[in-house]
Design a binder for this molecule. Structure first.
Ligand SMILES: N[C@@H](CCC(=O)N[C@@H](CS)C(=O)NCC(=O)O)C(=O)O
Length: 203
């Protein structure tokens, strides 16, 4: 049995739980971090004192993208973890690129969801929203060429970008029209695993 530690309102936890659902891997998710705090037993598993962490058959792993790669490699087959190094690299590129995307969206999320209105930094929100809008053009261009960021099918390359894209679509900021990105987001919303794990209220 796979154990996943982490509160579900964390983007990094959502990525892992979403992939476990997509792969049909049974798991036991245990709340940890944020309002739930962290105990010494958890810190012994993850010395970063961050979420998520997983354990499967005695194997412990932290770092959300390492966990995605591990789950895709062990449970995902060719579709989620292509054996062709080039196909895999093209998908994994989007996992790494996502850090720029997340860096633009995270301040908007923290400001508009987790900061009281009177304490918000409106300049930071505007700057980050402009950067997210700029970066969304790259996602849109890629999705104009292929159906998914991972290629013809959904794959691990889509998971991190999509997790933050959902927040971007929910946050009250200006978004330029991005028809390919919107088509991809509509396809994601068709997936029960995405709806159940990522499309939950932002808190
Ligand atoms: N690079 C790490 C980052 C993990 C991270 O920053 N997690 C945040 C939540 S998204 C966290 O643990 N925050 C402290 C807490 O929730 O108590 C990963 O991808 O797993």
């Amino acid at each position: 049995m796979l154990t996943i530690w982490g509160r579900i309102n964390s983007h990094n936890v959502k990525k892992v739980v979403w992939l476990a659902e997509e792969l049909g891997v049974p798991y036991d998710r245990r709340d940890m971090g944020g309002a739930f705090g962290m105990d010494d037993a958890y810190r012994a598993l993850n010395p970063n004192a961050l979420i998520p962490t997983i354990e499967e058959d005695g194997f412990v792993l932290w770092e959300s993208h390492s966990i995605l790669r591990y789950l895709a490699a062990t449970h995902g087959g060719e579709r989620w973890f292509p054996s062709d190094p080039k196909a895999r690299a093209l998908a994994e590129r989007w996992m790494d690129w996502h850090f720029d995307w997340a860096e633009a969206i995270r301040p908007i999320f923290f400001q508009l969801v987790r900061t009281p209105p009177e304490q918000r930094d409106t300049a930071l929100i505007a700057r980050s929203a402009a950067q997210a809008a700029r970066l969304s053009a790259l996602i849109d261009a890629q999705l104009g060429r292929e159906a998914w960021l991972s290629g013809k099918d959904i794959g691990i390359g889509d998971i991190p970008v999509a997790t933050y894209a959902h927040s971007w679509f929910q946050l009250p900021v200006e978004r330029p029209s991005r028809p390919h990105l919107e088509r991809w987001y509509a396809a994601l919303r068709e997936r029960a695993a995405f709806r159940d794990t990522v499309m939950i209220p932002l808190t």
